[in-house]
Design a protein. Structure first.
Length: 333
């Protein structure tokens, strides 16, 4: 598998290149995203950085150059270096000291996980089991893009069978966490490719969590441990990559369940969550657009079922089309 680290004509380090010389920085943010909301986004995005925040970004760039930091060690898919650094600055409220520490920590973590080698593996190698088997206990899919161009992910968390998943994973969750890293890297690739396709800045995803069937008994110690690992990874290692989470089909006990998990969320993440019961059509329409949704989620596209490969488009993008066909055949059985 060939991994594209940056656009071919661009260096991964700044050196003498200025931000204004980058053609990607001229891409607009899509309407309906914070980056396009100049009035309310606090001057924290590339197209309308406030003077103080511009100075902070410049200071961070100078540090990157002085320390000879290779930003390929921070991301495999860099649309633009300044956009990448601004994600880290926003996550740290433009505190340069915290941002530097965050960047160093993440580079060390990514090296420890050997992300480039991980992305040369297919999901079944990472999981140590058939992807079709995992989908049986945790239905999840990448299914196109929302109306702003963000990759759209569906996860049927209510059907998440932690006991069976633990058996599949050989008695622990290390392979599931590694698979989640793969998912996050795939999401980054999808954002990168979608940005080039639409000529807009796509750097976040939209997630629909279907919690139908979730009960208090579902929240076992194993469930909390896995969720803790995933939430911490997402917030710490993939900052500012979440656009919004739409939690739907929330049962009456969900406020109690969410209360157990909410302490794990930082305020930035918590503010991006919307929760609805079965009356979720208006939320999905306003946030995503019915024309971008599958039939079983109020839309007009083919339904998401257990026979649908969870990452067909992404796998083809990664050069794994043959595996997609094999898994699709297994899912159809």
């Amino acid at each position: 598998i060939l991994l594209r680290y940056t656009t071919p004509s661009k260096s991964v380090l700044f050196y003498s290149r200025t931000m204004s010389s980058s053609p990607v920085c001229d891409f607009p943010y899509p309407e309906g995203t914070p980056g396009a909301d100049f009035k309310n986004n606090g001057g924290k995005y590339i197209r309308n950085l406030s003077a103080p925040n511009q100075a902070i970004l410049t200071e961070l760039i100078q540090w990157i150059v002085t320390e000879n930091i290779n930003l390929n060690d921070l991301s495999l898919d860099i649309l633009d270096e300044s956009l990448l650094l601004l994600r880290y600055l926003r996550a740290n409220n433009f505190n340069v000291k915290k941002t530097k520490k965050h960047i160093v920590t993440n580079i060390e973590w990514r090296k420890s996980q050997n992300i480039p080698e991980l992305m040369k593996q297919n999901p079944e190698d990472i999981l140590g089991c058939k992807l079709a088997d995992l989908v049986g206990f945790f239905p999840h899919w990448h299914s196109g893009y929302d109306k702003t161009g963000r990759p759209l992910l569906f996860k049927q968390q209510g059907a998440f069978d932690i006991k069976e998943i633990k058996k599949l994973c050989g008695g622990n969750f290390e392979s599931m966490l590694r698979y989640h890293i793969w998912e996050q890297e795939v999401a980054s690739r999808l954002c990168y490719e979608q940005s080039l396709k639409t000529r807009t800045i796509i750097e976040t995803v939209t997630v629909v969590l279907d919690v139908k069937g979730l009960t208090l008994s579902s929240i076992s110690s194993d469930f909390r441990a896995m969720m803790n690992g995933i939430i911490k990874m997402d917030q710490d290692m993939y900052p500012e990559t979440l656009g919004k989470i739409l939690i739907i089909n929330a049962p009456s006990v969900f406020p109690m369940i969410f209360g157990l998990l909410k302490p794990l969320l930082d305020p930035i993440t918590a503010a991006k969550i919307n929760i609805k019961g079965t009356d979720h059509k208006a939320l999905l329409d306003s946030s995503i657009g019915l024309e971008f949704l599958p039939e079983n989620y109020c839309g007009t596209l083919p339904p998401l079922t257990s026979a649908v490969h969870p990452y067909a488009e992404a796998m083809v993008l990664l050069g794994e089309g043959d595996l997609v066909a094999a898994v699709a055949a297994e899912l159809a059985q």
